[in-house]
Design a protein around this ligand. Sequence first.
Ligand code: ZN
Length: 291
Amino acid sequence: MDNLIKALALNDEVRVYIVKNTETVNEAIEKHNLWPSSASVLGKVLTMGQLMGSMLKGEEALTIKLQGNGEVGKVVVDGNAKGEVRGFVDHPHVNFINNNGGLNDIYAVGNDGIIDVIKDLKMKDLFTSSVRLTGNIASDFTYYFSESEQTLSLVTLGITINTENKCDVSGGLIIQLLPNASEESISYIESKYDILNNFSNLLIGHTITDILNLIFDNKYTLLEEMNVSFFCPCSKDSFSRSLLTLGSKTLTEILNEDGKIDAECHYCGEKYHFDKTEIQSLIDEAKSQGK
Ligand code: ZN
C-alpha cells in the first residue's frame, strides 16, 4: 500500500510531506497502457496530486492541469484530502530516451506551457492559480508555491520506469519553510540538496519514515501518516446521468442509428456499455424529466 507522511522538523520551523506511491503509478500505467515517458510525466503529476491533496481538509479537492508543447499533450490530475488521485495524459504512448539512457520529461511534457491548479475549497468559487510550465515539473511546482501560495518550498520528485514498462519506484517530497524559519534551518536544508535531488535513489530500499530519519536525523514530530491510492469514483450511474443531459431526441437518434453506447472514463479508462434496453430506459427517464 502506498503511503504519505506529514511531519514538522527543525524545531517546528519546517513542514515536511513525503509520499511513496509506486502502486499508484503502476495502476495508472495499467489503466491507460502508458509508455515510459507518458508514465513518468503522469506519475510525477499524480505524486503532486497526492502531496498537495494531503494539504487539504475534509471534502476539499484539487485539479492540476499541465498544458505544454510536448508530445504527451495535456496532463490532468484530480486529488483529494484522502490521498486519492486519478488522472490522464492526452497521449499515453510516448517514449523518449535521452543520451544518458534516462527518460526526458522536457521532451515529453514540453518546455513551454502553463500549469493550472484549481482548488475546490467547498466555498462559492473555485480558486485557480497558474504558473509557467518549463518542463522540470519539480522546479515548476517549487515556483508555484512561492508565487501562488507565498510559501518557500523545496519540491523533489523521483520516478523510474523500467524497460518492461513498470514503475520500479515513485515518490516525492515537499519541504515548506514556515514563517519562523531561521537561517540555520535554511542552511541545513541546503546541505541536503544532493541527496534530495536524487530522490529515486533515496526511495529505493527506504520507507518514507527512513527518508524522514535520513534527512532530519530523528529530529522531527510526526503529524500524520496516511494511505494513498489511485481511485476514480466513476460508475455506470454517473455515466447514465451525463447521458441524460443529451435529451430524449438525441438519445432516440443514437438508439435508432447505433443501438448501443460505449463510453469510456478519461480518468481511469473504465468502459461502460449501454444496450438497447438501457438506452430506451434513459429515453423514458429523459422524457419524464421534460428533456
Ligand atoms: Zn473513471
